[in-house]
Ligand binder design. Structure first.
Ligand code: ZN
Length: 92
């Protein structure tokens, strides 16, 4: 799979209505650590049961999300992209 661009991401989020993307699970408690998309606002929520305090979700940029994909190998990137698109709402 080719490198992912910010435009690819924005298009996928709009077309597939992606709001929550579970990126990975905490290795300790298996809580999903998620990215949330709300219009042009992206936040990363790394709170899980292992922490005793709640951190506000961190603001992230489109570039940083593209970077997550682009640091993968092409095969892994394709799998990650499929999961990303699947995280969206089913087309109506
Ligand atoms: Zn945890």
């Amino acid at each position: 799979m080719e490198q992912v661009t910010v435009d690819d991401l924005k298009k996928a989020v709009t077309e597939h209505d992606i709001r929550i993307w579970p990126l990975r699970q905490c290795s300790m408690c298996l809580t999903s650590l998620t990215y949330a998309f709300d219009g042009d606002r992206i936040t990363y929520d790394a709170n899980c049961s292992c922490v005793t305090y709640t951190r506000p979700p961190e603001k992230r940029s489109w570039d940083s999300v593209a970077e997550i994909f682009n640091m993968q190998t092409p095969d892994a990137r394709e799998r990650m992209w499929d999961e990303f698109v699947a995280a969206g709402q089913p087309a109506k």
